[in-house]
Design a binder for this molecule. Structure first.
Ligand code: PEP
Ligand code: MN
Length: 364
């Protein structure tokens, strides 16, 4: 079972397009639970690193708030037995100090800490002069600058190996996900900071087991560098996040199903085919834009006409009619309702703005 993974080999994989799998219980509960879970995870042969929450930030008091520093030797022991390095969540300077004393390999910063610049600064200050990789989870609110700000605070104290974990964003009301993935936010982060390794945490995005695989696959399709997934020796009995945890064996099976794709290929046949498709797409985009430009010119004419006749810009009935017709047509073309609504919303807004400009232009 002994493996020879180290923090540096995990980092090497993360930064070289070799997906890293971090797995372990939401919380370390007892020594036995940690050892049992980690040994079974190691047996799958598919896990690179162990995770476990030691200090748990809980929404309400009275819930299990973690075993504290007492759990760190359990992780050390699990590492000795299996050879797997481990990572824990830190939220204060003291957490950093305690974890470092117990040979932690990588630190991660939780979503509730990333939102708070004071906390991030405290963690960063505790890390000044320490050479350890740090993974920063997205803040619970969809604020890309706050996420980047946390990364910058760590960079400023000299942390060189920084990665991020996408765990979704809080949303109000019931949805399919516990935390809305809002994939466009991590995608934009990747565009702005292309060298930053990015890991997906489908467990906290989904909050349930049945959609973990499809969410993890989506991350793989979006060229993520790894996954952090919660796994517990007896998930239903977990002291935190029971609904989203899976057994080490279920995790092994799930990981076997994920297809990791490459961002590019050198195969000539593939490159030629891709170039042709892209050319077609460029032409179509061009046509779509020309058509939209024409559509807006007509909107302006309508604006003038409405002005002359003193008619309002927004006419709800007409708008509903367009929406209904387009959703029906979209369905026939294989376009989702969600897509049509987003697209038409943007078109409608632009059209209103154009009409508004025409209507309220005062002759000099
Ligand atoms: C966790 O990983 O168990 C955790 C508390 O995550 P998050 O910070 O994403 O809520
Ligand atoms: Mn959890």
């Amino acid at each position: 079972m002994e493996q020879t993974t180290t923090a540096q080999s995990v980092w090497q994989k993360l930064t070289h397009k070799d997906p890293v799998i971090i797995a372990g219980p939401c919380s370390a509960e007892t020594e036995l639970q940690v050892l049992e879970t980690v040994i079974r995870l190691a047996k799958t042969g598919k896990v690179d690193m162990i995770r476990a929450g030691i200090w748990k930030p809980r929404t309400k008091p009275g819930n299990f708030e973690g075993v504290g520093a007492e759990g760190l030797p359990w992780l050390q022991k699990a590492k000795e037995i299996t050879g797997l390095p481990y990572t824990v969540e830190v939220a204060t300077g003291k957490h950093v100090e305690d974890s470092l004393k117990h040979g932690v390999d990588i630190l991660w910063i939780g979503a509730r800490t990333t939102v708070n610049p004071f906390s991030i600064q405290e963690v960063a200050d505790a890390l000044a002069g320490v050479d350890i990789p740090v993974l920063v989870k997205n803040p619970i609110n969809p604020d890309l600058d706050l996420w980047i700000g946390a990364i910058e605070r760590l960079q400023k104290v000299g942390i060189k190996q920084i990665g991020v974990i996408h765990r979704g964003f809080s949303n109000y009301g019931d949805t399919e996900f516990r935390n809305a993935p809002m994939w466009h936010i991590p995608i934009e982060l990747k565009r702005r900071m292309p060298d930053l390794p990015i890991i997906c945490d489908p467990s906290h995005i989904c909050g349930r087991r049945d959609i973990l695989l499809e969410t993890a696959q989506k991350a793989a399709d979006l060229d993520y560098d790894g996954l952090m997934i919660e796994s517990h020796e007896d998930p239903d009995k977990a002291w935190s996040d029971a609904k989203q945890q899976i057994t080490p064996e279920q995790l092994g099976e799930m990981l076997g199903k994920i297809v990791w794709r490459h961002e590019s290929s050198q195969k000539e046949e593939f490159l030629n085919a891709l170039a042709k498709f892209r050319e077609q797409i460029n032409h179509i985009d061009d046509e779509v834009l020309t058509l939209l430009g024409n559509r807006m010119k007509i909107s302006e004419k309508i604006g003038l006409y409405k002005k002359e006749n003193n008619i309002t810009i927004l006419q709800t009935n007409r708008w509903n009619e367009i929406l209904e017709k387009s959703i029906k047509k979209g369905e026939k073309l294989g376009l989702t309702k969600d897509f049509i609504l987003h697209l038409l919303d943007a078109v409608h807004l632009e059209s209103i703005n154009r009409q508004n400009r025409v209507m309220n232009k005062h002759e000099e």
